[in-house]
Design a protein around this ligand. Structure first.
Ligand code: SAH
Length: 231
């Protein structure tokens, strides 16, 4: 009598990314290019990450339109053009060690990983953290997730080549600057006139430790909050 054999299917093959998804994604990338996001390496990374996987299956069309969207726990997945812009400012090179604050859906982390970086990402909300961790485990990107307060960074894995904050920050967190390599870049949406509007800053840490900053346009992010939460 023969026994049925069960094959062990790698997790990365479990996610469906069919021709329709790929077609919609290519159209979205074309639109981002028309909007002036012309960093081809970043656009290729966006084309490599199945954004629909981060949303409920009912929202495939929305996944490939340029809009932010709720992901539960009171949080949102960032708008693709914002993801493209922040990733562009970060100037990621293959092999870079990148720290992201604000995992949220995990989408931005995957886009950075698709550029060949090793990504470490921190989320402060427990339920969201576990939901996202499960999704990321089914994708083939090098992203490590941590539950904690992003203001603290990840001293054990520091220093980082690049640090990206994806929540509206009330200040430039000192501990994160300390965890950035000399020559490294921090991209941070820093609160402007109120906690709802941010100026995007690209901060370079020079070899002598001084910071050089450039300001870009206005954005709206959910707030960067201290401590951890259960939702
Ligand atoms: N990068 C995300 C979008 C994040 S929305 C994506 O691609 O989907 C911002 C996220 O930052 C939220 O999930 C919020 O809970 C988280 N956040 C806010 N303050 C934080 C902190 N101090 N440490 C870690 N995560 C934080």
């Amino acid at each position: 009598m023969s026994k049925k054999a069960y094959l062990c299917v790698p997790k990365s093959t479990r996610v469906e990314d069919n021709y329709r998804h790929k077609g919609l994604r290519q159209l979205m990338v074309n639109k981002l290019r028309e909007k002036g996001l012309i960093d081809e390496a970043v656009l290729a990374a966006i084309n490599a990450v199945p954004r629909h996987v981060f949303l409920d299956p009912a929202f495939v069309e929305i996944a490939y339109s340029d809009q932010a969207f709720p992901i539960g726990s009171g949080q949102t997945i960032s708008q693709p053009s914002t993801v493209a812009f922040q990733t562009h400012l970060l100037e990621v090179s293959r092999g870079n060690k990148v720290l992201e604050i604000g995992t949220g859906s995990g989408y931005q982390a995957c886009v950075i990983a698709a550029l060949g970086a090793r990504v470490f990402t921190i989320e402060r909300q427990r339920n969201l953290f576990f939901k996202t961790k499960e999704i990321l485990e089914q994708l083939p990107f090098r992203v490590k997730t941590y539950l904690g307060d992003g203001f603290e960074g990840l001293p054990t894995y520091a220093p980082f080549d690049r640090i990206l904050i994806t929540a509206g920050a009330p200040c430039i967190p000192e501990k994160l600057v300390a965890q950035l390599k000399p020559g490294g870049i921090l991209v941070i949406p820093l609160n402007d006139t109120d906690a709802e509007h941010q100026k995007m800053l690209k901060i370079k840490k020079l070899d002598n430790g001084t910071l050089q900053q450039e300001a870009y346009g206005d954005f709206m992010f959910v707030p960067m909050l201290s401590g951890t939460a259960n939702d």
